[in-house]
Design a protein around this ligand. Structure first.
Ligand SMILES: Nc1ncnc2c1ncn2[C@@H]1O[C@H](COP(=O)(O)OP(=O)(O)OP(=O)(O)O)[C@@H](O)[C@H]1O
Length: 327
């Protein structure tokens, strides 16, 4: 049975104007996202993977209302995220929350953890002091901050990075979020701590039916935590579908590059990276005037026609698409 769609994005495009600040510099349009469409179902994690500058965080910032998209629509259930009435805004703010990369700046150093949980409970729910205390302790236990009555009294500086991310997730749960935008939530944590936070997010998905948009540059954690994946290059979806299918047998040359660059203990010898031009390792900057394949300059199998022809999306396996004329 098809799962219910919680969040949908259709034909999202985001342009930024850059430069033009001095007399001698002309302003230019950078197309950070081009024609992005996807659904997130209830209880599902969708990973968006790509290197720095590919546009991953811009998707989250648009979802959080920091930017209005140049084109396209984002919907939470049936509400257009950028045309919310005040009452709908309140619902959307409660039911969708973001967890950031830096656990050190996401909690207020002046207040203890209980305070961070109490605020959303006061804002969104009517409950007695006892009920509130019970709810806060339950939430802290749920994220593994135990004993709750001790951890709740601590200030952020008394917690490790991983514990801070757990406390922030507890706050998100206290708010009552169903959809969590997780922007590289483990990338600043020690490797040994990362798995614990990913396992926690997995439990929230599996046991509580929370949905995630998981932003990462690490295709290995995407596979570990997510059900489906979008590989983003220069603001374009270049490959997307079931995460196991895409990571086990990548078809787009860029996905192949990402997978071969990921650490793999079973691989013998160094990873072999096929990149056409070593000097062009920086991500392509896309503009509305550009034509051809966004990956052309780095693609090891590019042909002349790839320079001129923008590749349409092709379904290469049921539910798996690539934007490439090869593969
Ligand atoms: N407010 C802005 N003004 C101008 N350009 C921007 C703005 N925000 C993002 N960009 C540009 O849009 C592109 C995508 O940025 P974004 O932060 O979404 O990438 P990312 O994949 O999340 O990278 P990272 O992993 O480094 O955070 C980049 O070229 C970035 O410089």
């Amino acid at each position: 049975m098809e799962k219910e769609v919680l969040f949908s994005v259709r034909n999202l495009t985001m342009d930024f104007t850059i430069g033009g600040k001095t007399l001698f510099s002309r302003s230019r349009t950078l197309r950070a996202l081009n024609d992005i469409s996807f659904d997130i179902h209830k209880g599902e994690s969708l990973a968006v993977v790509g290197e720095s500058g590919s546009g991953k965080s811009t998707i989250c910032r648009i979802a959080m209302g920091f930017y209005k998209p140049t084109e396209g629509v984002m919907k939470f259930e049936n509400m257009d995220v950028h045309k919310l009435s005040p009452a709908q805004k309140r619902i959307y703010k409660q039911r969708s929350q973001m967890i950031f990369q830096d656990p050190f700046s996401s909690l207020n150093p002046l207040h203890n953890i209980y305070y961070h949980l109490k605020r959303p409970l006061q804002l969104y729910y009517k409950m007695s002091r006892n009920e509130m205390r019970e709810r806060m302790d339950e939430t802290l236990e749920l994220v593994g901050l135990v004993p709750a009555h001790e951890q709740g009294q601590k200030h952020p500086h008394q917690l490790s990075g991983g514990q801070k991310q757990r406390a922030f997730l507890a706050r998100i749960l206290a708010v009552g979020a169903d959809l969590i935008f997780a922007d590289e939530p483990t990338s600043m944590l020690d490797v040994s701590i990362r798995l614990g936070v990913l396992n926690l997010m997995n439990r929230l998905k599996r046991d509580l039916g929370k949905s995630f948009l998981y932003i990462t540059h690490d295709i290995a954690t995407a596979r570990y935590f997510s059900d489906r994946i979008i590989v983003l290059y220069a603001g374009h979806m270049v490959e997307w579908g079931d995460v196991d299918m895409v990571v086990k047998e990548p078809k787009h040359p860029y996905t192949r590059l990402l997978v071969s660059a990921a650490p793999d203990p079973e691989r013998e010898g160094p990873a072999e990276l096929e990149v056409r031009k070593d000097e062009e390792t920086e991500i392509t900057m896309w503009t509305p005037e550009r034509t051809g394949c966004p990956f052309y300059s780095r693609c090891p199998v590019a042909e002349d026609r790839c320079r001129q022809q923008f590749p349409e999306a092709r379904e290469v396996d049921p539910g798996r698409f690539i934007r490439c004329i090869h593969g």
